[in-house]
Ligand binder design. Structure first.
Ligand SMILES: [Fe+2]
Ligand SMILES: [Fe+2]
Length: 392
């Protein structure tokens, strides 16, 4: 049975949650606390999968509580359920938050968010992955600007211009976005001079994905390692995302799937950053195993760690609340045939885009398309899909 702890200082809010979630009581074990202190007392008695807390509470507030939870129970997924007026405060303290929900929260949204968190855990539940995750002190949080943009768009007076303003406030981010959208990756005919223009030309979802990618990659600063050079990986990721988006378009996927293909393409190898950062010794062993056996890195990861960068990255995106198609696109990008859902979809686009990047790899790596999966997805000739893409 999955366990969730809800924390709010207003008993009426907790009563509302109790009523709202009554139908779930056979699947979930739910506990309720009226303060941060009480929450920590309850948590000391048993493991919780998810904690959902209010932000503004007397005594220990939601942010202080989540810092403690992160310290004591790093694998509990941390969700803030908070009113809009807390936004300012939230942005200063978002660091320990995995997901953010706005009050008043619709029962369906809350159920879907918590269910998705559990589904991801189930999908990726294997002892080796759990073992690797248990050795990571604390998983990185979703960049706060990403939540700020989502919030802006969800608010009744949200606008694309305001999203541009949010990005412009961060000069470093703004410069990186403009450099990227004016690069050959995007092949735009006009020069983009400010973030608002980037949003109007490329679309909100694309710019939001770029914000997430830039911020996540900037948290990791390692000298190039033979396992993974971060700058190279970033270029590979941007190329994969642009190509995946074009392939998704050629596959006639929906608008949402095209956007998800771009996001999943950009973050498909994020697990490598975590492995390099938290498991440098194992990365050396992975390289040795790959070299001595003449096998791809991803297979060596499986031999050394029992899991792969793909599963680890998908797990992270899962606890950040991304959609199933993004999570599948990342989890199975090297072995799409193992995905329980049949193609074509986001995974198909990411798999083809990723493998296409190795066409001219200097190490002579051969293409690893899963031809059986592609043919089951109705794709016989991959070249026809990629040659019609605007990204080379
Ligand atoms: Fe990969
Ligand atoms: Fe890749």
């Amino acid at each position: 049975m999955r366990r969730i702890l809800f924390v709010d200082d207003e008993p009426m809010v907790l009563d509302g949650l109790r009523r709202m979630l009554r139908p779930m009581r056979k699947q979930w074990e739910m506990e309720y606390a009226t303060s941060g202190e009480e929450a920590l007392r309850i948590m000391a008695d048993g493991v919780f999968d998810v904690i959902v807390t209010d932000m503004r509470m007397p005594g220990m507030d939601g942010s202080q509580l989540l810092y403690r939870v992160r310290e004591l129970y790093p694998h509990t997924v941390r969700i803030i359920l908070s009113g809009q007026s807390d936004k300012e405060k939230l942005l200063r303290s978002i660091e320990p938050v995995h997901q953010y929900l706005s009050k008043p929260c619709d029962a369906e949204i809350l159920k879907a968010t918590v269910s998705r968190t559990f589904a991801v855990r189930r999908l990726l539940e294997n002892d080796a992955l759990a073992n690797v995750i248990s050795k990571i002190e604390s998983l990185p949080s979703l960049p706060s600007m990403y939540s700020e943009i989502t919030d802006e768009i969800d608010s009744p007076d949200g606008s694309l211009a305001k999203v541009g303003e949010i990005i412009s406030k961060d000069i470093g981010m703004s410069a990186k976005i403009l450099q990227l959208v004016n690069s050959s990756f995007f092949g735009l005919a006009t020069h983009v001079g400010n973030p608002a223009k980037a949003v109007s030309l490329l679309g909100l979802e694309t710019v939001k994905a770029l914000v997430a990618g830039i911020m996540i990659f900037s948290q990791f600063a390692h000298p190039p390692s033979p396992y993974c050079a971060i700058e190279e990986l970033w270029n590979h990721s941007v190329a994969t995302s642009c190509l995946a988006r074009d392939i998704a378009g050629n596959l006639n996927l929906t608008r949402e799937e095209i956007d998800d293909s771009f996001l999943a393409g950009l973050l498909h190898d994020v697990g490598k950053l975590i492995l390099l950062d938290r498991f440098p010794q194992e990365c050396k062993t992975i390289l040795e195993v790959a070299g001595s056996m003449g096998r791809p890195i991803v297979e060596a990861e499986k031999i050394v760690l029992g899991t792969t960068h793909a599963e680890l990255g998908a797990y992270l995106l899962g606890i950040w609340g991304f959609s199933d198609s993004v999570i599948h696109g990342i989890a199975f990008h090297h072995r799409p045939g193992e995905c329980p859902n049949a193609g074509p979809g986001v995974l198909t686009a990411v798999h083809i885009a990723n493998e296409s990047q190795y066409r001219s790899a200097p190490d002579g790596r051969t293409l690893n398309f899963d031809l059986d999966y592609l043919s089951k997805s109705g794709i016989e000739r991959v070249e026809e899909l990629t040659s019609a893409c605007s990204y080379p």
